[in-house]
Write a protein that binds this ligand. Structure first.
Ligand SMILES: *Cc1c(COP(=O)(O)O)cnc(C)c1O
Length: 369
């Protein structure tokens, strides 16, 4: 069976060597030496100023909202994983959906300004599939209206925009280190800032609000363990070669798929990409469903990602409304997009097979579908 993704597992002896150290120190969590070491290595690898290693890529979105004191309306994207919207709702914020660009499926900055009200406090956007949002345009709007910018950069590990880690943009950026992501710690995530005072605040917030013998404020438990940090320390040195392997497989798809009836999102100029996902967009949902059936018959499991458009989930409707906030581009793309399997040791022969199946289905669907 070929899944849409497969977690990279490091050498077990290497992981065991870290475990041995943990057993000797009997220090399992609470800002331990491996957590600090991983944070140092991540800051260096990503070339970012302050970074806090946390339990997952969802809690860091919530931490970002708390740390910036965001409680009201937040303009966000309908085309993301549900965690982006859930973080807003869980923190009692109101998601206001701005539609996406039909070129790259990232939030369309031209749709943001008309949604701003006196209750708008922030913009929370996702760098979809690891490709940067229109960062400069979003920042210009945020500056003009005095809004905070939070990026859900869960897909962007190792990706750079204009020579800098994408994680260095915005007031706060977050990443997920979930097992399925380009870099992982089993479960995990981080939050990144360029502001030292904010970094200190996040440090206290992630650990119940403890500040020496007193409390900094209402915190939560978002700190991660030595066991997870050990996984990260084993995986991190491999990331450059893992991205190279992804890039090669990306090229295999590019050269084998028939693009006469398939489209792909465009990359923003200035991107140094991490090849996190391989999404393809068909002409209709009907074709997508036929492609999925044909692949599943061969034990190949692609994933509808992202689906559905988040504005169509009833718990995301505007307060007091029983209809979705309209986002026609996102609703349309979400119905037709499919992520094909992509991971560093996916065999070239399997990509050949996947591409042949996709090409065959796309070529043989009747005109009416
Ligand atoms: C994976 C992901 C998350 C959630 O990260 P977890 O570590 O699984 O909590 C949030 N947003 C996006 C866009 C993601 O892909």
């Amino acid at each position: 069976m070929i899944n849409v993704t497969k977690s990279y597992l490091p050498d077990l002896d290497e992981y065991n060597a870290y475990l041995k150290g943990i057993w000797e120190r009997v220090h399992l969590t609470n800002d331990g030496p491996l957590v600090r070491k991983l944070e140092d290595q991540l800051k260096e690898f990503l070339d970012v100023k302050y970074l806090k290693f946390c339990t997952n890529g969802t809690i860091v979105l919530q931490l970002a909202l708390k740390a910036l004191d965001i409680k009201k309306e937040v303009i966000t994207t309908p085309f993301s994983y549900v965690a982006t919207t859930n973080a807003l709702l869980w923190e009692g914020c109101t998601p206001i959906f701005a539609d996406i660009s039909p070129d790259d499926y990232n939030i369309d900055p031209d749709k943001i300004e008309s949604l701003i009200t006196e209750n708008t406090q922030a913009i929370m956007a996702t760098h979809v599939y690891g490709n940067a949002c229109r960062i400069e345009q979003i920042q210009a709007i945020a500056t003009k209206y005095n809004l905070k910018v939070i990026y859900d950069a869960a897909h962007t590990f190792g990706a750079r925009y204009k020579g800098k880690s994408i994680l260095s943009y915005g007031d706060l950026s977050t990443c997920s280190f979930h097992a399925t992501k380009v870099f992982h710690t089993g479960e995990g995530g981080c939050i990144v800032t360029n502001d030292g005072e904010m970094a200190e605040k996040l440090h206290h917030f992630r650990s119940f609000g403890h500040q020496n013998d007193t409390y900094f404020g209402v915190g939560i438990n978002a700190k991660n363990s030595e066991l997870h940090a050990a996984m990260g320390l084993c995986v991190l040195p491999k990331v450059p070669e893992l991205i190279t392997a992804r890039k090669e497989r990306f090229g295999f798809y590019d050269s084998r798929l028939d693009f006469s009836k398939i489209t792909r999102p465009s990359l923003l100029p200035g991107m140094d990409y991490n090849y996190a996902y391989y999404p393809v967009v068909f002409e209709s949902e009907e074709i997508l469903l036929r492609v999925m059936d044909a692949l599943k018959a061969d034990e190949i499991m692609p994933r509808r990602y992202f689906y559905p458009s988040l504005n169509t989930l009833d718990f995301t409707f505007a307060p007091g409304s029983d209809t979705a906030q309209p986002c026609p581009v996102s609703e349309d793309v979400a119905l037709r997009v499919l992520c094909l399997p992509l991971y560093p040791d996916l065999a070239e022969a399997d990509i050949d097979r996947i591409a042949s199946i996709v090409n065959l289905v796309v070529a043989t669907v009747p005109e009416s579908v």
